[in-house]
Design a protein around this ligand. Structure first.
Ligand SMILES: *Cc1c(COP(=O)(O)O)cnc(C)c1O
Length: 454
């Protein structure tokens, strides 16, 4: 019998709606608070930063939201993405488990990020926006938004975390090719950047700092809007196209996932693959497990505190109810730049608090080892972020072997690592460190949350 590797949907079969899990959550998220008044923010308070349609999605309780025609049309440049049965990887792991991965690396920028970049650029365009700002860690988000804004003739200024700006020069080239500008953060362009540089001229930067810079620039210019690539509800909403497709693809097999796994930065790709399946747990009593995998060096889900905290380092964003390490926590310089964020989105945090999802932490060395095992069996070279999900898949596959159970494991292959070769070189030369984030570092950072009285 011929073995199936890829399960493909036709373009006509592509789902036409995003899934809004907020409508089905047993406990809704606590409100975002205004950073000044500490009162729940009104949708209008966000209008300086985001177009109204995205703000509506941010607070929407509708179960499904239609994907605009123009967005569907651009999605079809790379979607539907393949679902792949990782048969060679299963064999290497000698496991009875069936392992499937949703390959989001097939998008032009190479990750899941354009799933939200395209609709965000589209809604800005619909409201006449001509310029946007954003931050980027490893450069995945900056390049995805540059790709998206290009279609709608919107100018884009990207603030790129300095350590990645130096580690990943080719992401800058991609941003430039798609017509946007990029600068290393902390930069001298904003008050926030200048303030950080005055305290620490050698600052490697962080996503939190870059967000402060991008938000400040947008807030000061009425013509400019801001865009975030993860964390917020509307971003998670757009990513559910991943799981909605995976449901349709698995319907073409006899399988249904017992475990769904995604790596975790701010929560967007994990949520994208998980939420449509989690709907079956919430509404139909299914018992699928959902595991978010974070780096051991930036462990907000496994060792952080559930608290109101700022989304950025300087304290310009609304206060978000979330698992956090504290907004001025600067994560070690790991290569998975997209996972170096101090907090998690409000929805994911509430789901974790309610025990509806789980979290695990993986060390950098272990994640690269897993990524190389995967590349040597399935061929695709994973992004350093994605290797965290793969490391957890290996653990679950071994567990299945010990238990002798043929579980079905589904994970999101969030992106390829073709622009991250310097990290792999470092791994092979033995120069890749396992960074320790000590209890003391975490305690000190979290203690400062007590200053945020709400
Ligand atoms: C940005 C990124 C992540 C982490 O972000 P999430 O919002 O948590 O998904 C993971 N993998 C890749 C390839 C990324 O680009």
């Amino acid at each position: 019998m011929k073995k199936t590797h890829k399960i493909i949907l036709t373009e006509k079969e592509m789902p036409t709606h995003w899934y809004n899990i907020h409508s089905d959550m047993p406990n809704k998220t606590m409100p975002l608070l205004h950073p000044g008044t500490k009162q729940p923010i009104k949708p209008e308070d966000l209008a300086g930063l985001f177009p109204m349609e995205l703000i509506k999605q941010e607070v929407s309780m509708e179960q499904f939201i239609e994907i605009p025609e123009q967005v569907q049309d651009l999605y079809r440049l790379w979607r539907p993405s393949p679902l792949v049965r990782a048969r060679n990887f299963e064999k290497l792991l000698d496991t009875p488990a069936k392992i499937y991965f949703k390959n989001e690396s097939v998008s032009p920028p190479g990750s899941h990020k354009p799933n939200t970049a395209v609709p965000q650029a589209y809604y800005n365009y619909k409201e006449g926006v001509k310029k946007m700002t954003t931050e980027t860690g490893a450069g995945q988000w900056g390049s995805a938004l540059a790709f998206a804004t290009g279609f709608f003739d919107i100018g884009l200024q990207v603030f790129m975390v300095k350590v990645s700006y130096n580690q990943k020069p080719y992401r800058k080239s991609m941003i430039n090719i798609w017509g946007a500008d990029v600068v290393a953060s902390p930069s001298g362009f904003t008050e926030s950047g200048r303030k950080i540089l005055a305290q620490d001229p050698g600052s490697p930067g962080s996503l939190g700092i870059a967000i402060s810079e991008a938000v400040e620039m947008a807030a000061k210019d009425p013509e400019t809007k801001y865009s975030l690539g993860s964390v917020l509800n509307h971003v998670l909403l757009h990513q559910t196209i991943i799981g909605e497709e995976a449901i349709k693809q698995l319907e073409k097999t006899d399988d249904y996932p017992d475990i769904v796994i995604g790596c975790f930065g701010g929560g967007s790709n994990f949520s994208g693959i998980s939420f449509p399946f989690l709907r079956d747990n919430l509404l139909n009593g299914n018992k699928t497990r959902f595991i978010a995998v974070e780096p051991a060096s930036c462990p907000k889900l496994t060792r952080g505190k559930f608290s109101y905290d700022f989304g950025d380092t300087v304290g310009l964003t609304p206060l978000i109810p979330m698992y956090t390490l504290g907004h001025d926590f600067i994560p070690p310089k790991i290569h998975a730049g997209g996972l170096r964020y101090h907090g998690a989105g409000a929805i994911v945090s509430q789901l974790l608090k309610d025990g509806l999802i789980e979290a695990q932490a993986v060390r950098q060395g272990e994640s690269f080892e897993a990524g190389i095992m995967f590349a040597r069996t399935e061929g695709i070279i994973p992004a350093p972020e994605t290797t965290h999900a793969i490391a957890q898949v290996i653990k679950e596959a071994k567990q299945a072997r010990e238990e002798g159970v043929a579980k079905t494991i589904l994970f999101n292959f969030s992106g390829h690592g073709l622009v991250d070769m310097a990290s792999y070189d470092k791994y092979f030369s033995g120069a890749l460190h396992d960074y320790e984030t000590t209890e003391d570092d975490i305690r000190k950072s979290i203690q400062k949350l007590e200053n945020i009285s709400v």
